[in-house]
Design a protein around this ligand. Sequence first.
Ligand code: NAD
Length: 257
Amino acid sequence: MNGRLQGKVAIVTGGARGIGAATCLKMAREGASVVVADVIDDEGEAVAAALAKEGGKALYVHLDVSSEPQWNDAMRGALRAFGALHVLVNNAGIARTEDVEQETLEGFRKIIDVNQIGAWLGMRAAVPQLRKSGGGAIVNVSSIYGFIGGRGEAIAYQSSKGALRQMTKNAAVRYAAEKIRVVSIHPGFIETPMIAPLLKGDANVPGSLAEFIVSHTPLGRVGRAEEVANVIAFVASDEASYMTGTEILVDGGYTAA
Ligand code: NAD
């Protein structure tokens, strides 16, 4: 343990797997009490149990981030268990690849409900508690697709991630005087269950998506969940005390090329 988050209480949405699970683990190792929030209960319980086994303090709560009542319940559960809140990581997300003409109204709304409205509900639930703690941090997990249009696919997903980038700036300005910092993180291609199906292609096969990703990433590989988790934990900690309203790309150089 390094103690960067010693004494802090953090909620991580989508904490049951992928970047969220890696973030829960990293934060617990840095001394935080961690509330693992997700809709896949068995996996979420397993993450909380793994943190406890390492000596960390952890609680799993069922939370569909698009549900207002479930946010109320989750926050009550977190406060009952740990008494305060210092960090919220809005990480839960879902993806669709449909372009402008392929997307359906139902599909578009589902993405916005989870990725955008879910993060807003989270910020709304967290701010009063962060205020009571004398300040804190909100980390919104966006994407490189909050910056770029990629290959012109995924209109709904990219819309939600662009919105998250802007919501971050809005809230950062609104709450800066209360020492509540808000930062967005923008991962590139990270090996998690979300993009595993896309990466099934062989990076050595010309024209495959895997080959495209690797050949367009200056560091020459996809990223690991813990490489994003390390950045989230830093941004959430007091070491990042002069950072707010900003955006951090964790993309192996993809958007620089
Ligand atoms: P993942 O699918 O492995 O994990 C996402 C988690 O969110 C899952 O545990 C899932 O159950 C949970 N979740 C989904 N809907 C939810 C809801 N309504 N309420 C609560 N939890 C819900 O994906 P990941 O790659 O770990 O993605 C984490 C975040 O990082 C997402 O916001 C994603 O958009 C973003 N991201 C991922 C990549 C990547 O390449 N993997 C790149 C850029 C951004």
